[in-house]
Design a protein around this ligand. Structure first.
Ligand code: CTP
Ligand code: MG
Length: 229
C-alpha cells in the first residue's frame, strides 16, 4: 500500500492570538509547520507530503523544503473544508485505496516512531486509525451554561484525539463530503464515525500535543528539546 501525508495549515490561530498564523511560530528555532513536514520527510513509509494553505499565504514558500513536499493553495474556512479541498486536489494523483495520514500543522512533536506505530498498528484495518491519548483528568460537564451546575463524566473509555489520522483516500473523501456541519467536524475520524464506522485507536504520546494557546508554546519547546523516548 501507499501512504501519503496531508497537513492542513490554513488556520488563522485565533486562540493563539499571535501576530500571524500559529503554524509559522518558531518552536526551538523552527516553524511548527516545518517540524510536522520534517517528521513525514524522515519517515521512509511516506510516499509524498502535501500541505494545504490558504490561497494568499505569503510565508509558505519560504519555509517549505524543495523536495518531497507539494503545497496546495486551497485552504477553506474550517479545518474540515481545508482537508476536503486538499483531497479533491489530489484526485488525479491518488488511488481509492491509498492511505492518507492527515496531520495538524499545529502538532510539531510528531516523530517517525509515532508515524510508524500508527501505520503498523492500524495495518489493514477496514476503516482506519488515529493516534489518541487516554484521558487522565476528572471530566466535568456544565449543565446550565458555563457556570451552571456540574456533572462528572466517567473518564473510563475516554480518549483525546491526536493526529495523524489515517484513512483510505476514497473513504475519507466520502466521509468529508457527507458531513453536514463543518464546525462540528473538528477531526477526520468524526466524519468517518458519522458514517457509522469505528476507526481504530492507537495510543499516541504527550509530545504530539496540539499547540493551541500561548501557554502551549513553551511546553512544546520542552518536548522538542527532550530526547525522544
Ligand atoms: N486549519 C486549516 N484550515 C482552517 C482551520 C484550521 O487548515 N480553516 C488547520 C490549522 O492550520 C491547524 C489544524 O487545522 O494546523 C488544527 O486547527 P486549530 O488548532 O484549530 O488551528 P487554528 O484553526 O489555526 O486555530 P484557532 O482555532 O485557535 O483559530
Ligand atoms: Mg481552529
Amino acid at each position: 500500500p501507499r501512504y501519503f501525508a496531508l497537513i492542513p495549515a490554513a488556520g488563522v490561530g485565533a486562540r493563539m492570538a499571535a501576530s500571524g498564523p500559529k503554524q509559522y511560530l518558531k518552536i526551538g528555532g523552527k516553524p511548527m509547520l516545518r517540524h510536522a513536514i520534517d517528521a513525514f520527510l524522515f519517515s521512509e513509509l511516506i510516499a509524498h507530503t502535501y500541505v494545504v494553505v490558504s490561497a494568499d499565504d505569503p510565508i509558505i514558500d519560504s519555509i517549505v523544503p524543495s523536495h518531497g513536499v507539494t503545497v496546495l493553495r486551497c485552504g477553506g474556512a474550517t479545518r474540515m473544508e481545508s482537508v476536503r479541498n486538499g483531497l479533491a486536489a489530489l484526485a488525479p494523483t491518488l488511488r481509492e485505496n491509498d492511505w492518507v495520514l492527515v496531520h495538524d500543522a499545529a502538532r510539531p512533536g510528531l516523530d517517525e516512531a509515532l508515524i510508524e506505530k500508527l501505520i503498523t498498528t492500524t495495518g489493514e484495518h477496514p476503516v482506519g486509525g488515529l493516534l489518541a491519548l487516554p484521558v487522565v483528568d476528572t471530566v466535568k460537564r456544565s449543565i446550565g451554561g458555563e457556570l451552571g451546575t456540574l456533572s462528572t463524566v466517567a473518564r473510563e473509555g475516554l480518549w483525546l484525539a491526536q493526529t495523524p489520522q489515517m484513512f483510505r483516500y476514497k473513504l475519507l473523501r466520502e466521509a468529508l463530503s457527507a458531513a453536514r456541519d463543518p464546525n462540528q467536524i473538528t477531526d477526520d475520524a468524526s466524519a468517518v464515525e458519522a458514517l457509522g464506522l469505528s476507526p481504530k485507536l492507537v495510543e499516541g504520546h504527550p509530545r504530539n500535543m496540539k499547540v493551541t494557546l500561548p501557554s502551549d508554546v513553551r511546553i512544546a519547546e520542552m518536548y522538542l528539546a527532550t530526547a525522544q523516548p
